[in-house]
Design a protein around this ligand. Structure first.
Ligand code: DX5
Ligand code: ZN
Length: 233
């Protein structure tokens, strides 16, 4: 879908925490309960120690996504797979700056394939690693866990988010935070300048497609806490 840019708080549930035998219904359930984007975590068992979805699975998810499909590649190399994820229907394709020596070329190729280009930073990587990429990228993803698994403990990256927010200035670049986001940590990262909140366990916890209202409660709890931070700023 065509994407307009705004810095309002967006909740992007990660389907890594969904029922893997029921993705279509899970995607419809989270969107029905107020998700702004759908976050898809692609892992290769090489860049990160876990394996998830290839392009055919992501293409199958696309048929159910009515909002924005936000695909986070935790794979290396990235470039040989860009076309396949474009064909699978990704709106945003995010690659890690640590995934190879040519992140600039990778972002050019993602844009060239018609997607918004995202660049992700592991916790150990400084904000300055994206300094020369901010006119190419539409999103910077700040990892607040070491990537590979859902349900890990939040690592405070507030200083990095603040630095990025200042570096980005007026450019139309989202700051996404991924890992350990819940109603307690959401206001901290939004206050620092983040606008896209990825949340896996904090959205899916306690719910199911048959108890989708729990997803709604969880999404509203994160959004409410985050919006309070925006209003206080
Ligand atoms: C971690 C993934 C995250 C993860 C978030 O490698 O990139 O998107 O699913 O899960 P929670 O919100 O449970 O930390
Ligand atoms: Zn992710």
């Amino acid at each position: 879908m065509p994407m307009t840019f705004d810095r309002s708080v967006k909740i992007a549930p990660s389907i890594l925490s969904a029922d893997f035998a029921n993705f279509g219904a899970e995607i419809r359930a989270i969107e029905g309960q107020g998700a702004d984007w759908v976050h898809v975590d692609v892992m290769d068992g090489h860049f990160v120690p876990n394996l998830t979805f290839g392009p055919p699975a992501v293409k199958a998810f696309r048929r159910h996504v009515k909002t924005v499909m936000d695909v986070h590649l935790m794979i290396a190399p990235v470039d040989p797979f860009i076309e396949a994820y474009a064909e699978a229907g990704a709106d945003i394709l995010t690659a890690h700056v640590e995934a190879g020596p040519h992140i600039h070329r990778t972002l050019q190729a993602i844009r060239g394939a018609g997607m918004k280009a995202g660049v992700a930073l592991n916790p150990g990587t400084p904000a300055e690693a994206v300094a020369h990429l901010l006119d190419l990228a539409g999103l910077v993803c700040v990892m607040t866990v070491n990537p590979g698994f859902g349900g890990q403990t939040f690592i405070d990256m507030t200083a990095k988010i603040r630095t990025l927010r200042a570096m980005i200035g007026d450019r139309p670049v989202h700051i996404e935070v991924d890992g350990g986001v819940d109603p307690a940590t959401a206001p901290v990262v939004v206050d620092a300048g983040a606008d896209v909140l990825v949340a896996g366990s904090a959205v899916f916890r306690g719910g199911s497609v048959d108890k989708a209202e729990i997803y709604g409660q969880n999404i509203r709890a994160i959004r409410g806490a985050a919006t309070a931070a925006t209003n206080a700023a």
